[in-house]
Design a binder for this molecule. Sequence first.
Ligand code: PEP
Ligand code: MN
Length: 347
Amino acid sequence: MILPKSTRLTTAQLNEVTAIVSEFGCQIQPIIGAVRSIYAIVGDERDELMINRLEGLDYVDRIDRIQSPFKLMDKRSDLASHRITIGGVTLGEELLIIAGTCTIDPKNPNYFYETAAAVKEAGAHMIRGGVWKPRTNPYTFQGDTKSLEILLEGARRTGLPVDTEVMEEAHIQLALDAGVNCLQVGARNALNYSLLRAIGRAVAKRETCVLLKRSIHMGAINEFISAAEYIAAFGNPNIILCPRGTTPTLDGYRNHPDESITPLLKEKTWAPVVVDPSHSVGKASYVPACALAAVAYGADGLCIEAHVSPSHGIGDDPKQALTPEALAMTISQAKQLWALRRGGKIG
Ligand code: PEP
Ligand code: MN
């Protein structure tokens, strides 16, 4: 829909926009109003080149699109009935719980094995553990490829699927060859389009899931869904969106909690939403409330950092990991809330 700056286009302007859209197989249908006129683009209006050409005309105020720019991730796409199943849970039918350490300590693998067993006992369906870590400071522990074996040993011991973050292209194949079930794209890489493409290519024709975190730089919801579209475009739609907090605006929080974007995402995309309350707030004592808020807002699952002995953890664990007891309590309350929501008792 073309909205001109003036009340209507002149004949010369109408001829120009008609010529542009016809290059892309579209036509213009003027809608003449008493006060101002607008011009519908009839045909497939998603071509960016066409939109850019029209937006560049100095007499055009803006272009409003009726069709979604997301061919696959849009709620009205053919994929809308796609369901993702992992760890025995079909998203949307049961609350998915992903839990485990922020970072696997390769020198003390028992902490990971014990945590894996404890989070399973607490009710988790998938175990998380960071093998390679994006760290703000280059001198802090950056992860270790050796931890991949520890992650998979945790999977063998518990029988649960595992999730880990891949930060660069070389990690993708290593993780897939080892048998990682869910590749995590971290907040820092959610706008790294070459990595998203590489992941999309690598997971095509596989059952693997991708947990896509929201970048702190993603202001618009569309940017988040577009990042998922990059991956889905190669043929694997097992993509889970993960809000994890944005730029901190309040003292005391590590990030600004953003679980409230869940209903906005659900208005636009069919993709399941699994909220990460741990990075959203960054403090163990605040995590349970954020987890419950996420469920109240309609999240399909939670991704929570937990450790059998948080003070012995590395990475984020000393500050934000829940103990197994706190995790079990949070999971139990979250499941009750999810059941109430599903039953239409709240929300
Ligand atoms: C993590 O999951 O440990 C992590 C680093 O997450 P994020 O990318 O959300 O910061
Ligand atoms: Mn972490």
